[in-house]
Design a protein around this ligand. Structure first.
Ligand code: HEC
Ligand code: HEC
Ligand code: HEC
Ligand code: HEC
Ligand code: HEC
Ligand code: HEC
Ligand code: HEC
Length: 381
């Protein structure tokens, strides 16, 4: 099984080299005759320049259920529009001191500003781009004269206050300009917006902020839907006209599709060096598990419906584990034929997917490396 998995992960390399289409044909001939050939393969972060998105509202006309629940999901809120920002409304005045510098994030009606002063001079930016739903926190991307900065300080939910942005240098900035934040390269800017928004980046690096929709929307995952809507309205088969990632195999879905934003096992060497910080990269973490294979029962969508908010009750996930594992009581009518747990019959994830705190994030992430966790063990990076 493990061997098969490694082969599948080569597909990820192939796709990086732009050979995805060929790889699909070689690895899974059954896809060739299916719907996959009718709709061009969609890569969430490689939007071609001529793409026209119709927007979620249009999808909601027919897919009422997905539309209503997706609206409440973390991915839809991956970027907050400033006028309606919950974080900025609920925290109208935030401040922090770093050496001689004072930071202030202040609400004024439907607007917010980010300013830094050294007591003599002050620089102030209107906040236009708020990254993150604020479950962990929120970071601001500030713009002036075509240059983009990542705010040096971010909001954190746990303390409802500001602290250094993850990864930001913690020393006293050398100048007021440095104190604003980190100057982002064009590639970094494109990356941020292509993971947290829809339509804002085309052809890989070209920023189209005029086309931005906040958050990860229907068409970020399904590709442009115009043709599909026309087809349905003209009485043609709806399936042949839009990309459905649900048709991918388990490993491809996890390590390529979801990993295009959540980061794949393929990047493992660089991710290993991040030590505990790599707990944020679920496709990488889950790949380490003995449970992991091409089986869809262990792919990202086995446990997460991308159209719904994250479920926080451990009991919800038991059914997923029991697709493969058995219960101790062999007469039980539920459970697969895999090994059973000698310790417990429920709330599996609470012990086997421990919550791990990244100190600089002030947040406990869920370790997707499913395993027996021994007391006092070192974090296995
Ligand atoms: C006019 C009605 C209508 C609109 C608007 C519409 N769809 Fe559909 N769609 C359908 C029908 C009918 C089906 C087939 C039954 C089903 O899966 O719900 C379908 C199927 C799908 C599928 C499954 C395809 C497959 O191969 O299994 C996806 C994905 C999808 N739609 C996404 C979208 C997205 C994204 C939008 C907005 C861009 C959208 N649809 C807009 C009617 C519509
Ligand atoms: C276009 C980029 C992108 C793709 C593709 C993507 N995600 Fe996400 N996802 C994000 C971002 C960004 C967040 C963080 C949202 C936040 O907390 O602000 C996120 C958050 C999540 C969350 C946590 C939500 C919460 O409320 O804490 C889950 C679960 C999730 N994604 C699952 C998936 C699954 C499953 C797939 C594949 C079917 C997927 N994602 C594909 C960008 C993406
Ligand atoms: C490769 C895709 C990717 C890029 C690039 C990226 N993010 Fe994210 N971001 C994610 C995903 C996925 C999550 C959810 C999982 C996590 O928290 O790590 C996330 C989470 C976050 C969160 C926490 C949201 C919460 O749950 O409260 C913040 C804040 C954030 N990102 C800001 C940024 C900023 C600012 C940039 C650019 C400087 C950036 N991100 C670049 C994918 C990305
Ligand atoms: C983060 C990626 C992502 C986003 C955003 C997303 N979808 Fe999906 N969608 C998927 C995946 C993955 C599947 C396959 C699910 C499965 O097979 O279990 C899917 C399946 C579907 C289907 C087929 C029926 C079903 O539920 O399996 C429809 C219809 C659909 N999506 C519509 C939408 C609409 C409408 C939106 C926006 C409101 C949307 N999707 C947003 C990833 C996404
Ligand atoms: C797709 C099938 C599948 C699913 C779903 C699955 N597992 Fe597993 N799991 C396996 C396989 C296969 C092994 C290796 C078993 C063996 O060694 O015989 C395994 C091993 C384990 C082990 C032992 C790991 C070790 O390092 O020895 C634990 C603990 C475990 N699973 C817990 C879980 C939990 C908890 C869930 C749900 C969150 C889960 N599994 C979901 C297939 C699965
Ligand atoms: C076997 C079940 C399972 C699978 C498979 C799974 N997750 Fe999770 N995931 C969970 C659980 C449990 C949580 C924690 C929910 C809670 O308590 O808030 C979680 C939480 C998350 C979060 C929120 C941040 C955090 O660390 O708590 C993100 C993002 C996420 N998962 C993404 C993914 C992605 C991407 C994949 C595919 C690689 C994936 N998950 C596969 C069970 C799973
Ligand atoms: C209270 C914590 C806890 C809960 C809850 C829990 N486990 Fe375990 N599990 C353990 C511990 C500890 C071990 C290691 C036992 C040992 O080696 O002595 C273990 C071992 C396992 C193993 C490895 C068995 C083997 O023979 O190698 C599997 C598989 C497993 N658990 C699956 C599950 C599943 C599925 C659930 C939910 C139905 C679950 N666990 C719930 C603590 C827990």
């Amino acid at each position: 099984m493990k061997k098969l998995v490694k082969q599948y992960s080569l597909v990820a390399v192939a796709s990086v080299l732009g050979l995805a289409a060929i790889a699909v044909v070689i690895c899974d001939p059954s896809k060739v005759n299916g719907q996959m050939t009718a709709v061009q393969r969609w890569n969430p972060r490689r939007v071609p320049a001529d793409t026209v998105f119709v927007g979620d509202q249009a999808c909601g006309e027919c897919h009422k259920k997905q539309f209503a629940s997706h609206e409440q999901s973390g991915m839809t809120m991956a970027m907050e529009p400033i006028a309606g920002s919950v974080v900025l409304n609920d925290n109208p005045k935030l401040s922090m001191r770093v050496g001689p510098y004072t930071y202030e994030i202040k609400r004024n009606g439907k607007h917010s500003s980010y300013s830094v002063t050294d007591g003599k001079d002050t620089v102030s930016y209107p906040i236009v781009y708020a990254f993150g739903q604020g479950k962990m926190g929120q970071t601001y991307v500030l713009e002036r004269d075509g240059k983009f900065y990542e705010s040096l300080v971010s909001f954190y939910r746990e303390s409802k206050s500001l602290d250094f942005t993850i990864g930001a240098p913690r020393g006293v900035p050398a100048s007021l300009t440095d104190a604003v934040g980190r100057l982002l390269t064009a590639n970094e800017v494109a990356s941020c917006f292509s993971c947290h928004a829809t339509g804002a980046v085309v052809s890989g690096t070209q920023l189209r902020l005029d086309k931005l929709t906040h958050g990860v929307r229907c068409e970020a995952c399904h590709g442009p839907g115009g043709k599909h809507i026309t087809a349905v309205k003209e009485g043609e088969s709806p399936a042949k006209s839009i990309y459905n990632p649900g048709l991918l195999g388990g490993d491809e879905l996890t390590q390529q599709f979801c990993a295009s934003c959540h980061r794949s096992a393929e990047e493992s060497r660089t991710l290993q060096d991040l030590h505990i910080n790599n707990v944020r990269f679920q496709p990488y973490r889950i790949f380490q598990s003995k449970c992991y294979s091409d089986d869809r029962n262990i792919s990202c969508i086995a446990c997460h419906n991308p159209h719904e908010p994250l479920r926080e009750d451990p009991a919800y996930y038991d059914k997923r584990c029991l697709e493969c594992h058995s219960l101790r009581d062999k007469t039980a009518k539920v459970g697969g034929d895999g090994k059973s747990c000698p310790v417990a019959d429920k709330n599996c994830t609470s012990c086997h997917m421990p919550k791990v705190e990244i100190p600089s994030a002030h947040f406990k992430f869920t370790d997707h490396y499913i395993r027996v966790v021994r007391p006092g063990e070192k974090y296995p990076s």
